[in-house]
Design a protein around this ligand. Structure first.
Ligand SMILES: Cc1ncc(COP(=O)(O)O)c(C=O)c1O
Length: 930
């Protein structure tokens, strides 16, 4: 059997998840082993390939506890001895255990002999098992200066410290160099703690090109690698890559001084010398306990077990009216007892109060802030829709100006109406060919700020609202955006709507592109004394920020370190990308002036939060945090890899790619925003290092897990395609556009899910092929016309026009903010409104001859899901054309039988010359309500 091209060993640096590359290699070993066992034993080439594959795996295996040196030695013995049956059985066991992670629970996986053999296992972590007795398993990386011959004793020493009372069980992995330690953290997601004994070497013990490429982008600059002890530097590098890891340092330096130093701030505990083995063991378990503990959930479980009599509202609490009911007993059977036992409307009994948390909810929120990289966090039990409104109302005052992407989620637009702030709408770059917008580029945001500066209104510009990533996966360059805006307005507040992007915190690649990841980088930059010099040089070159200087738009700007205030808010729908129940959301704050808004933040939180928050949602937020702190790295790496493979499977399939396509970054992001030239994940010549370069430099990056599948070439519009996937293939997707659907891969998806989708696409493609072949020329012509209409005949996207003059303080100003709240409340008076049917002649006449059409409402079609009109906006011909071409049923704010709801010209005329005061609820109108 010769190796087919597809089986040629792929470079590890071509994987986003190196552990996936490792699992793939084990699958290859297993395949070779099966062929050898099935009669291929005489094939010397096959045998050599199997041996080479194992040899290539060995450096990786040294970084992982399972299968471990003993099982690998046995595997090699069997191959060398020609016992191919036993070789295949062991290869299969290892490969499957690795794929399913069953070795974390299943003692059989660790056995050195085949099932049925009487040998006792030689490396078997005690305590792993199922059910109540199960102890979660993890691995501890020990970085030791000791010679390889001392490693077994080091491992054994830690194993001997295990006690029956330990809540968790771990296996040690020993390495002896800086590079191998970083590699282990990359490759081995089981590693949760790192014990560093100072005095180890720098270079890896394995000079493997593949691994060098994986390692390269994460290593410190050569100048930072001083001679001597590297322990603290290693701790910093590990922290940057996986911030959740607990790092311990044992050293013979002056530990008292070291422990209090900045360089050791990322180390959980410092130990002196080698004498503290038991303390180290206990600290390791304590660190895991800290991440494992879910204070709210743990307490809720305890509460549910207590025989509490409830005399408050919420009859479902304890479930008695349900389990004894004649008619709704199935409710209890379906949901189970715990849901009802864990219900209460009381905030006593250790349940704490979401509205005024002082106990376990407060601790749970603090832990979530730690996990997500913020200074503080607030749980929200009715979605990011509410989280966004809370932030708007907390940081804004009536009349403030907010720079905002018109394409962002409707909660922001409504939030502005509530807060009375004035939106300054900025359009995202269009992707007309797919009937969607991209994201907000930095240049138009700077331009808006410079307009405001020129008009003397910069002090009113309080907030910039951006979506990161967008529904379709456009990831902003958060760091660059904030730096450039702060250069113009040093105390601008940022609200990053990361409803879809919470998981990215746990990706070492995407983290830098999250609000909190970028905030950490900016904080470090501003704290570095070298930044002052950099800023000085910048100022010398660029001078004052002068709004008349158009060159500033194309010059990367730097903020003044003496003026800048870093004020960042991030909202995450935990339920969209992590394991919380629906509506679980969180606000993460890193605002150095939070004290200024704290009282208003409370008021806003009280305004929007139910006094009966759902306890199960709070508990699930606590649990989602636990999961991500302990296995976020593993899950996100796997999901990302899966998404990249899905993209590859679709685009490289000869039949599927005739009709369908996973839109690449090059197709989703115009070239001007991809300075690095990045075109696709895994494109030839693109190593991981180069991809990380693109993440650092490009204005936009595409979240690989959001896969836009173009279906226009198959003759389906998005809604049709979505319906076929659901009805005929049991596949659910959510968002569609005129000629695409969005496939989202998350931590819940498996390779089988990907196979399910690929099979559906292949079946549909075969079906189209057949239909076209059997239908002859007429069918082909009809198909061609349909494809043409879906792919080429796409409506222009309707950009934001402007607010009607009645809602602008200075209609001639270049800035476009308007008093949307005034328009919103003007529309509350029916006498101020009129309706025009969408397809009426009257509407066309008005467009041509006036008076201007002014929307009374937010009009939001689904898809695309952004407001094509907002209250007070002048309606253009483009907007009407777009709306007429829309073939969607759900349009919020529009009733087809009545027509478009508009503000009457005479109502607007009454306001002329009486521009509403900033933030005024509604201008005075003499029109009488119906
Ligand atoms: C960008 C964005 N922000 C906020 C939300 C609202 O989030 P939630 O569903 O958690 O209320 C959505 C919902 O789709 C969204 O797309």
């Amino acid at each position: 059997m010769s190796a087919p091209a597809s089986e040629a060993r792929r470079g590890l640096s071509g994987y986003f998840s190196v552990s996936q590359g490792r699992a793939d290699r084990w699958r290859t070993v297993h395949r070779y082993a099966r062929s050898l066992a099935d009669g291929g034993g005489k094939d010397e080439g096959l045998r050599a390939r199997a041996a080479a594959e194992i040899a290539a795996l060995e450096p990786l295996e040294e970084l992982c506890a399972y299968p471990g040196p003993a099982l690998i030695a046995r595997l090699k013995e069997r191959l060398q001895g020609g016992d191919y049956g036993a070789f295949a059985r062991l290869a299969q066991r290892i490969s499957i255990s690795l794929l399913s992670n069953s070795y974390r629970d299943d003692v059989e996986a660790w056995k050195s002999e085949d099932e049925g053999d009487a040998h006792t296992p030689d490396v078997l972590p005690p305590g792993i098992g199922r059910g109540q007795a199960r102890k979660p398993y993890f691995e501890v990386l020990v970085v030791s200066p000791g010679d390889r011959s001392t490693w077994p004793e080091t491992r054994e020493g830690l194993r001997r410290l295990r006690r029956d009372t330990d809540a968790f069980v771990y296996e040690p992995v020993v390495v002896a160099s800086f590079e191998d330690a970083v590699l282990a953290a990359i490759v081995n997601y089981n590693i949760q703690s790192v014990v560093i004994y100072d005095g180890f070497a720098y270079p890896s013990q394995h000079d493997v090109q593949d691994l060098r490429e994986v390692l390269g982008p994460h290593m410190p600059a050569k100048k930072d690698v001083a001679d001597g002890d590297l322990g603290t530097l290693l701790a910093q590098v590990l922290r940057a890559y996986r911030p959740e890891l607990d790092v311990y340092l044992a050293t013979d330096r002056d530990v008292g001084a070291l422990a209090g130093s900045d360089e050791a701030a990322c180390i959980r505990r410092v130990f002196y010398g080698l004498e503290e083995m038991l303390e180290i063991h206990l600290s390791i378990l304590d660190g895991i306990s800290d991440r494992y503990a879910t204070p709210y959930f743990d307490n809720l479980k305890k509460y549910a077990q207590r025989p509490i009599g409830t005399f408050h509202a919420l009859p479902v609490a304890r479930g008695k009216s349900i389990f004894k009911s004649n008619w709704i007993r199935d409710m209890g059977e379906f949901y189970g007892t715990n849901l009802f036992l864990a219900e209460s409307s009381a905030t006593t009994g250790g349940l704490d109060s979401l509205l005024e948390p002082t106990g376990n909810i407060k601790v749970a929120q603090d832990k979530a802030a730690r996990a997500l990289g913020g200074d503080r966090s607030f749980f929200v039990t009715n979605g990011t829709s509410t989280a966004n409104k809370i932030v708007h109302m907390a940081v804004l005052q009536p009349g403030d100006i907010v720079l905002i992407d018109r394409d962002c989620h409707k909660s922001h637009h409504y939030g502005l109406v509530l807060a009375g702030a004035q939106p300054y709408y900025i359009d995202a770059f269009p992707l007309t060919q797919y009937s969607m917008y991209g994201s907000l580029a930095i240049r138009p945001v700077k331009e808006a700020l410079l307009h405001l500066k020129a008009e003397g209104k910069l002090d009113r510009a309080k907030l910039l609202v951006l979506t990161n990533c967008t529904f379709d996966g456009h990831v902003a360059n958060v760091e660059q955006t904030m730096l450039e805006c702060l250069a113009i307005k040093p105390d601008l507040i940022f609200l990053w709507d990361e409803a879809w992007f919470g998981f990215a915190r746990f990706s070492p690649f995407l983290r830098r592109r999250t609000a909190m990841g970028a905030t950490a980088r900016i904080r470090a930059m501003l704290a570095d004394p070298a930044y002052k010099e950099r800023y000085k040089a910048f100022r010398a070159k660029v001078g004052e920020i002068d709004p008349k200087n158009k060159a500033l738009l194309d010059t990367p700007l730097l903020p003044d370190p003496d003026k800048v205030r870093l004020r960042v808010y991030e909202t995450d729908s935990v339920h969209k990308s992590m394991s919380s129940l629906r509506q679980g959301s969180i606000i993460v704050v890193a605002d150095q002036d939070f004290h200024k808004v704290e009282p208003m933040f409370k008021e806003s939180y009280f305004t929007h939060t139910s006094t009966s928050p759902n306890l199960q949602i709070i508990a699930s937020l606590d649990l989602a945090r636990r999961q991500m702190e302990l296995e976020g790295y593993e899950l996100v790496q796997r999901a990302t890899q899966l998404a990249i493979e899905l993209r590859r499977d679709i685009n490289s399939h000869p039949l599927i790619s005739k009709y369908f396509r996973a839109a690449t970054p090059a197709e989703m992001i115009p070239a001007e925003y991809r300075r690095s030239g990045f075109t696709d994940f895994g494109a030839p010549g693109w190593t991981l290092a180069k991809t990380i370069g693109a993440l650092d430099s490009d204005e936009f990056f595409l979240d690989p897990s959001r896969v836009t599948v173009l279906c226009g070439n198959a003759g389906y519009d998005g809604s049709q395609f979505k319906a076929i996937l659901a009805a005929e293939h049991d596949i659910q997707i959510n968002k569609t556009s005129r000629n695409s659907v969005l496939v989202q891969v998350n931590i819940n998806n498996t390779k089988s899910d990907v196979a399910h989708l690929v099979k559906a696409l292949a079946d549909m493609s075969r079906e189209i092929d057949k239909r076209l072949a059997e239908g002859g020329e007429p069918a082909r012509a009809a198909f061609k016309a349909r494809v043409q209409s879906l792919v080429s005949d796409v409506p222009d996207l309707p950009n934001f026009t402007r607010f009607h003059d009645a809602f602008r303080e200075n209609p001639k100003a270049a800035s476009n903010e308007g008093n949307m709240r005034a328009a919103f409340y003007l529309a509350a008076n029916p006498a101020a409104c009129e309706y025009l049917r969408l397809n009426s002649k009257e509407l066309d006449e008005r467009l041509k001859k006036g008076p201007e059409l002014v929307s009374a409402k937010f009009v939001i079609p689904y898809p695309p899901g952004f407001p094509i009109m907002v209250p007070g906006q002048v309606v253009s011909e483009e907007t009407i054309t777009f709306m007429r071409k829309l073939d969607v049923k759900e349009i919020h704010g529009y009733n087809a039988s009545l027509g478009l709801e508009l503000l009457k010209p005479d109502a607007l005329a009454q306001l002329k010359g009486k521009a509403p005061a900033a933030g005024e609820r509604a201008p005075k109108s003499t029109l009488v309500g119906a």
